[in-house]
Design a protein around this ligand. Structure first.
Ligand code: FES
Length: 234
């Protein structure tokens, strides 16, 4: 095992926390490259710069797979037991950062893979509910068919047709620099079906060479409203 891999495994273990002992878990974290989160100018992102309740997008573990980065403004639930569509159990340890309020999730909806594109997004985090009552506050909601996820509890499904939580992105927080790295995923990955469904569209938006290319080194964090021209509200 190379030293970098070893460090990566240690980092993921820290991100998962010391709590991963209580429940039987049969789905382990999947480690990818340790990638630094940077701002749009390429400077290391500092956690304190993340505005609570705002949607941020970065790409991980592939150059074309979008993820949400959220500061929920208060500590998340800890040690949430979750289950994938195929019946595998796993345990999400909770948020990271100074207040344990920062979370990362794949932004690919677990129902029919709706995701934020540069042109339009049907899925995002919402701090407030809608007057229609379709959407609860403090949830990640997909307006395609109204799947709803709880970002403070490992993106567990709160409603709608989604058969499993959003895949969690494992984040490593460095208190000294206030910086963040992505190191892996936890939960039901959908990247293969995502690529199969959207290969053509992804090639247009990201270039065919980058579509399945692993993120490496650094990944830029952008506000959703900058990344995407139109956000669908429901
Ligand atoms: S694709 Fe998100 S609810 Fe159907």
């Amino acid at each position: 095992m190379q030293r970098r891999d070893f460090i990566g495994i240690c980092a993921a273990t820290c991100a998962i926390g010391a709590h991963e002992t209580l429940a039987a878990t049969d789905l382990k974290p999947r480690l990818y490259s340790r990638v630094q989160l940077v701002d749009e100018r390429g400077r290391p992102l500092r956690a304190e710069k993340l505005v609570a309740g705002r949607n941020y997008i970065f790409h991980y573990p592939f150059e074309s797979t979008p993820c949400f980065l959220l500061n929920l403004g208060k500590p998340t639930v800890r040690d949430v037991q979750l289950k994938t569509e195929d019946g595998s159990f796993y345990q999400w340890a909770g948020g990271v950062g100074p207040r344990q309020a920062i979370v990362g999730y794949s932004a690919i909806c677990a129902h029919r893979l709706s995701y934020p594109t540069p042109q339009i997004s049907f899925i995002s985090y919402r701090e407030k509910s809608t007057a229609s009552g379709v959407m609860r506050a403090n949830t990640i909601h997909c307006c395609s068919e109204h799947s709803e996820y709880d970002p403070a509890a490992g993106a567990k499904v709160l409603g709608g047709p989604a058969p499993q939580p959003l895949s969690a992105i494992l984040l490593e927080y460095d208190a000294k620099s206030d910086g963040l790295h992505a190191v892996g995923t936890l939960g039901g990955e959908l990247f293969n079906v995502f690529f199969a469904k959207y290969e053509f569209k992804l090639a247009i938006d990201y270039g065919s060479a980058k579509t399945r290319q692993r993120a490496a080194g650094r990944t830029a964090v952008t506000e959703l409203q900058q990344f995407c021209k139109q956000q669908v509200r429901c």
